[in-house]
Design a protein around this ligand. Structure first.
Ligand SMILES: [Zn+2]
Length: 244
């Protein structure tokens, strides 16, 4: 009679097991009632006081078993849900850390849709940015290393795209790489930065661009600190520091 207490579930369907246990308990209770009624009918008027007491105790005992089994089944379900929540939370935490394999996959398969799009003509960008920032962001230029104070800037705050003001990086993810360019371990948002395989200058690199206005930012390399292991090597001229 304990078969409904055995987990029958396929591993992927947790609710199924609970339903099976409850259904099994109800069936057992129903059959017990039928048996009790049948015994009562068989005994009929010849039933003694003692046999009535025995039948009543049996029905009470079965009811207790039923209630206990249902309560246990619901408890199991609650525990399974808790485990499921913890698992989801764990996955979400891991998902927030983009690693090198993730970068390569995005660069090969395509970038996520940007939250918005900014398109301007070359003349408009030049007028807005000036020669230096225009050359870096719109013509894939690279500023001289150690040419910006931003390399040594580690105060809290955020960094936006100099072209379109989209939030790109947080100072919390900034670190001193010693390379001469501002370096970050993660973008502020998964959709803020887009990745393109770059085989220029005889090298295989991954270019980073602003996903909103397609400004060239720099490159990302797999030699950054944990947990991502990424180093976003970004031109200071492509960024503007904004208040936190
Ligand atoms: Zn931008």
């Amino acid at each position: 009679m304990w078969w409904p207490l055995v987990s029958l579930r396929p591993q992927k369907n947790e609710c199924f097991s609970v339903k099976m246990r409850v259904a099994g308990s109800v069936i057992i209770a129903f059959l017990s009632l039928v048996v009790a009624l049948a015994i009562t009918a068989l005994i009929g008027e010849s039933a003694t006081v003692d046999s009535w007491v025995a039948i009543s105790l049996g029905v009470v005992a079965l009811s207790v078993v039923l209630v206990a089994t249902v309560a246990w089944a619901w408890n199991v379900r609650a525990r399974e849900e808790n485990v499921g929540d913890a698992y989801e939370e764990h996955n979400m935490k891991n998902d927030t850390v983009l690693n090198w394999n993730g970068v390569l996959e995005i660069a090969a398969k395509g970038n996520p849709e940007p939250v918005r799009t900014v398109v301007k003509s070359d003349e408009e960008w030049f007028e807005q940015l000036g020669a230096e920032a225009y050359h870096v962001t719109r013509k894939q230029g690279t500023e001289r290393p150690h040419s910006s104070e931003m390399c040594r800037l580690f105060e809290p705050g955020r960094y936006a795209c100099v072209c379109c003001d989209e939030l790109l990086f947080d100072a919390d993810e900034k670190f001193d790489s010693g390379t001469g360019w501002p370096s970050f371990t993660q973008p502020a948002d998964d959709r803020a930065v887009a990745y393109h395989l770059d085989e220029s200058h005889g090298m295989q690199r991954v270019e980073t661009v602003c996903n909103v206005c397609k400004a060239h930012l720099g490159h990302v390399f797999p030699d950054g600190p944990a947990p991502s292991g990424l180093r976003y090597c970004i031109n200071a001229l492509a960024l503007k520091k904004i208040a936190s």
